[in-house]
Design a protein around this ligand. Structure first.
Ligand code: HEM
Length: 466
């Protein structure tokens, strides 16, 4: 058995000086570079164990012993806005089971294929904007890809047009969401009375942002109630669907919570994934050339169809590799499941680290995904070949986990993947991209998810658009 290395801290506030509440994952990575595959830190009233290697993370993925419990950390504060929606509910909360079983079929590969038309529509809007702006206009990929993914989830899931490409500024949902997410991250490091009485202005804004997101979701639901549609979309599934196990439908409150959840989870992470993808691909001319050649060979000048997407193995590998290096949802938390003192300590990993009943376990995919024991000494480099099917399928279990684990893993994975592949294929088919600063090195902003910052590129039409 091995004791977990523990950071020494200050009384009451614990490791407030080691873990930056605005940039936790950079802090976790910095500390991991000194302490190694696992360490423990303390924050207000809590002991958090951070897991950084594949071997230890593999143990944490065992759902017999560990479960997601959103009663602490950023998730606890996100629950103020997302309530018992899928992302922030407890495993044993009835609302989670009902919504999970009722909505799962809408996220299966066949249902997602049916959303190709909406995804294509919004991607065309982005491409038209880039074409109109001309070949020298600096594009911040995060801005436009956020527009893309927000409009795509709103259109595919709720038949709502957010028209972000026709607005100068962000859609109000995006601004509200960004503050809400960042503030949820910060609130976890402050005692409740400090949030309530010291950070009064931030707390007020936080609740206003929740109100804005709620009203936008309510509006979409109201619209559908006033103008019912026969569309086979997610909103109808939430409003009419039944859980095959209990026969129950979603409550009105749960529909609102899930509508906000889908708008949030359905765009924030996908825009980060695509932004990192374009930064990495543009920085790697050899991979760029191969990816574009693949598009030219498989699609040529034809209009993209859903069938093309499964015939792009090299681009698939590039996207897997981008999400390995920069998983946009870089960590989550679980707690030991058993309430029985006799079951402790639990033991984790080859070194048998001791886990106590009250520990909270946080994983850091920025390190797990770069574990040299799995990916070799060049784990920090962008090498798409290692993600081609023949190599990807041989990776050890739980070594590529950008979409979370087990029953609480991402319900929207196929949606995000199709949307991402479609957009990449259309961009490479129609444009030559170039970074405006060839010496750019990755800088990252964390809200709860990650995005690259300070990066711009140009997009030159290769010929008239397809
Ligand atoms: C859960 C990642 C796209 C909806 C998760 C989790 C991760 C994740 C890591 C698990 C979180 C945890 O353990 O606490 C991603 C990434 C995406 C993406 C990297 C894009 C690149 C999407 C999309 C949707 C979505 C497009 C919806 C259309 C959800 C929901 C959950 C979830 C509802 C909670 C599921 C549950 O607990 O039952 N996602 N996601 N995600 N994701 Fe995604």
């Amino acid at each position: 058995m091995t004791e977990i290395p523990t950071l020494s801290g200050v009384p009451f506030l614990g490791n407030i000086h080691d873990i930056d509440s605005t940039d936790t994952h950079a802090s976790y990575t910095r500390v991991a570079n000194v302490y190694g595959e696992i360490f423990r830190y303390h924050t207000v009233g809590q002991s958090v164990v951070v897991v950084n290697s594949h071997d230890v993370y593999d143990g944490v993925c065992d759902e017999r012993y560990y479960e997601k419990r959103p009663n602490q950390g950023a998730l606890f504060h996100m629950r103020n806005g997302l309530g018992d929606g899928l992302f922030t509910s407890f495993n044993d909360e009835e609302a989670w089971g009902v919504a999970h079983r009722a909505l799962m079929p809408k996220f299966g590969p066949l249902s997602v294929r049916e959303m190709f038309g909406e995804m294509y529509d919004v991607s065309c809007q982005m491409l038209s904007k880039w074409a109109r702006q001309g070949p020298t206009h600096p594009i911040d990929p995060v801005d436009d890809l956020t527009r893309l993914t927000l409009d795509t989830i709103a259109l595919s899931a709720m038949d709502s047009r957010f028209n972000s490409f026709y607005r100068e500024k962000n859609h109000p949902f995006v601004d509200a969401l960004q503050f809400f997410m960042a503030e949820s991250g910060r609130r976890q490091f402050r005692p409740q009375f400090v949030n309530d009485y010291v950070y009064r202005a931030s707390t007020k804004k936080y609740w206003q942002c929740i109100e804005i997101m709620r009203n936008i979701a309510l509006q979409a639901i109201k619209e559908r109630r006033e103008h019912p549609s026969s569309k086979n979309d997610l909103l109808n599934a939430m409003m009419r669907g039944k859980d095959p196990k209990t026969g129950k439908g979603l409550t009105d409150e749960n529909i609102i919570n899930n509508a906000i959840t889908f708008l949030l989870a359905g765009h924030e992470t996908t825009s980060g994934m695509l932004s990192f993808f374009f930064v990495l691909l543009n920085g790697n001319p050899r991979a760029y050339k191969k990816a574009q050649e693949e598009v030219d060979t498989v699609i040529g000048e034809a209009q993209l169809t859903v069938e093309h997407l499964s015939k792009l193995p090299y681009i698939t590998a590039c996207l897997r590799e981008a999400v390995r290096l920069w998983p946009t949802a870089p960590g989550s938390r679980v707690c030991p499941k058993s309430q029985n003192d006799a079951d402790y300590p639990l033991l984790l990993g080859k070194k048998q680290y001791k886990i106590n009943k009250d520990d909270v376990i946080q994983w850091n995919m920025l390190k797990v995904h770069r574990d040299p024991l799995v990916y070799g000494e060049d784990a920090d480099q962008f090498i798409p070949e290692r993600m081609l099917d023949e190599n990807f399928n041989k990776l050890p279990r739980n070594s590529w986990k950008a979409f979370g684990n087990g029953m609480r893993g991402c319900i929207g994975k196929d949606f995000a993947w199709q949307e991402g592949m479609l957009n990449i294929a259309m961009v490479l088919q129609n444009f030559d991209l170039q970074s405006t600063d060839p010496s750019y090195t990755m800088r990252v902003r964390q809200t709860v998810t990650l995005k690259p910052i300070g990066y711009t590129m140009t997009a030159r039409l290769r010929k008239d658009m397809t």
